[in-house]
Design a protein around this ligand. Structure first.
Ligand SMILES: Cc1ncc(COP(=O)(O)O)c(C=O)c1O
Length: 406
C-alpha cells in the first residue's frame, strides 16, 4: 500500500474474534486473574512519579516483603515477565568471566544457561535427571572443584517437570562457599512457601501471572543488601540498560529516580493481587493449593493416569502426567479447549509430546475446576481409545476434597 492510501481512511477491518472467549485456565500460566485485580486495572491513569503513586509503589514493596518472607531485602517489580526477572538477575550480578553454577533439572534452568552463556560468563551447567529434584551432593562435589564461584542458581518450582526443589541443603552449600544464591520462584510465589530470609537468597524473582492471580507483565523480585552492593559496584556496566537492577532499584528506592515509564496499571493490579494474598493468609493459601492439587492427583490416578513427579517432591502448582500410550496428546488438548473451554499445558523440552501439565495456581486453584477437568477427561479419553471407568476420577477427587474438609 502506498503511503497516501493510509490517508483515505479505509474502514476498520472486521475483527475475527471481537470478544475474548471465556476459558478455564489450567495450564502453566497465565492463570485466572482475580476480579478485584481486573477492576484495579480499570483505574484512570496516574503519573509514575506522582507522589501519590509513589505511595502505592511503597505499599507494593511492603506487601512483596511479606510474600517473599523477607525483612532485609529490597523488593520491587520489574517491567516484564518472569524471564525479565531471570535476565535482570543474571545480567546485573554477573560480569564477563565470572563463574556461575547452574543447577539444571528442567526447561527453565536450561533458559538460565542460555542467558548466562550469552553474557560471556563462565557457565558451569550441572545437569541432572528431569522429573527428579536436583541432588545437593552434585552441587557439593562441583563447588569443591572451584574457588570463587560468584553465583549459584536453581529453580524452586520447575514448571516443566512438576518438581518442588528442596532448597535448604543447596542454600547451606552456597553459603559455605560464600557465593551469591539466585532462586527462580516464578511458579511458587504466593502458592508455596518462599522463605527468602531463611534460605539466605540473594536474588529471588517471580512473575505475576501464576499464583499471584494477576495478568502477565511484571516480575516481582527480592534483592539482598549484599547483592545490591554487587550490582552497584560492578567493574563494568551491565550489557542491559533496561534490566539494570541498580538503576531500577533507584526508582523503587527512597529517591524514586526516573528510569523508564512504569506500567502503572500493572502495578495497580499487583498491589491488589498482593493484598488478596495477604488477606487470605500465606498459610491458608498454601493449604488451599495443597488441598486442590491432592484432589486432582487422586482423581488422575484413579483414572489410571501416571504422574511424572515422585510423591515426596510434587508441586501443588503444576501436575504433569504421562500421556498414555496411543493417545494423541494434541487432540486431547484441543478437545479440552474446544469442547470444554479448558486450557492445559503441553510438555516442554525433552518432555514435549510425552506429558500433559495441569496447573492449579492462584485463582485457578479451585475444587470446581478440578472436578470440571476430571469430568471432561472422563468423557474425552475413551474417544481417544483410553478406557477409564466413568466417574472414577471425579469420585476420587470428591472424596479427597471431602476428607480434607473434615
Ligand atoms: C519456573 C519458570 N521460570 C521462568 C519462567 C519464565 O517466565 P515468563 O514466561 O513469565 O517469562 C517460567 C514460565 O512459565 C517458569 O515456569
Amino acid at each position: 500500500m502506498r503511503a497516501k492510501d493510509f490517508m483515505t481512511n479505509p474502514p476498520v477491518p472486521e475483527s475475527k474474534m471481537p470478544m475474548v472467549p471465556p476459558r478455564i485456565l489450567l495450564g502453566p500460566g497465565p492463570s485466572a486473574a482475580h476480579p478485584r485485580v481486573l477492576q484495579a486495572m480499570m483505574s484512570h491513569m496516574i503519573g509514575y512519579l506522582d507522589p501519590d503513586f509513589l505511595l502505592i509503589m511503597d505499599e507494593v514493596s511492603y506487601l512483596l516483603k511479606r510474600v517473599f518472607q523477607t525483612d532485609a531485602n529490597l523488593t520491587l517489580a520489574l517491567s516484564g515477565t518472569g524471564s525479565a526477572g531471570m535476565e535482570a538477575g543474571l545480567s546485573s550480578l554477573l560480569e564477563p568471566d565470572d563463574t556461575v553454577v547452574i543447577c539444571a533439572s528442567g526447561f527453565f534452568s536450561e533458559r538460565m544457561i542460555d542467558m548466562a552463556e550469552r553474557l560471556g560468563a563462565n557457565v558451569v551447567a550441572l545437569r541432572s535427571e528431569w522429573g527428579q529434584p536436583f541432588p545437593a551432593e552434585m552441587l557439593a562435589e562441583e563447588l569443591k572443584r572451584h574457588e570463587g564461584v560468584k553465583l549459584v542458581t536453581v529453580v524452586h518450582a520447575e514448571t516443566s517437570t512438576g518438581i518442588k526443589q528442596p532448597v535448604d541443603d543447596l542454600a547451606k552449600l552456597v553459603k559455605e562457599h560464600d557465593a551469591l544464591f539466585m532462586l527462580d520462584a516464578v511458579t511458587s510465589l504466593g502458592g508455596n512457601e518462599v522463605a527468602v530470609d531463611r534460605w539466605d537468597v540473594d536474588y529471588c524473582y517471580s512473575a505475576t501471572q501464576k499464583c499471584l492471580a494477576c495478568p502477565p507483565g511484571l516480575s516481582p523480585v527480592a534483592l539482598s543488601p549484599r547483592a545490591h552492593e554487587v550490582v552497584k559496584n560492578r567493574k563494568n556496566k551491565p550489557s542491559s540498560w533496561y534490566l539494570d537492577l541498580a538503576l531500577i532499584a533507584n526508582y523503587w528506592g527512597f529517591e524514586h529516580v526516573y528510569h523508564h515509564t512504569a506500567p502503572v496499571s500493572m502495578i495497580l493490579a499487583l498491589r491488589e493481587g498482593l493484598r488478596i494474598v495477604v488477606e487470605e493468609g500465606l498459610e491458608a493459601r498454601y493449604e488451599r493449593h495443597s488441598r486442590n492439587s491432592a484432589a486432582l492427583r487422586d482423581g488422575l490416578e484413579a483414572m489410571g493416569l501416571v504422574l511424572v513427579a515422585p510423591e515426596a517432591y510434587r508441586l501443588d502448582q503444576i501436575t504433569p502426567f504421562w500421556v498414555p500410550d496411543g493417545v494423541d496428546e494434541i487432540k486431547l488438548r484441543q478437545m479440552l479447549l474446544r469442547e470444554h473451554g479448558i486450557e492445559v499445558g503441553r510438555g516442554l523440552g525433552q518432555f514435549a509430546g510425552k506429558v500433559i501439565r495441569v496447573g492449579l495456581m492462584g485463582e485457578s486453584s479451585k475444587p470446581e475446576y478440578v472436578l470440571a477437568l476430571l469430568s471432561a477427561l472422563e468423557k474425552i479419553l475413551p474417544r481417544l481409545d483410553y478406557e477409564t471407568a466413568q466417574g472414577a476420577g471425579v469420585g476420587a477427587a470428591s472424596s479427597s476434597l471431602a476428607a480434607a474438609a473434615n
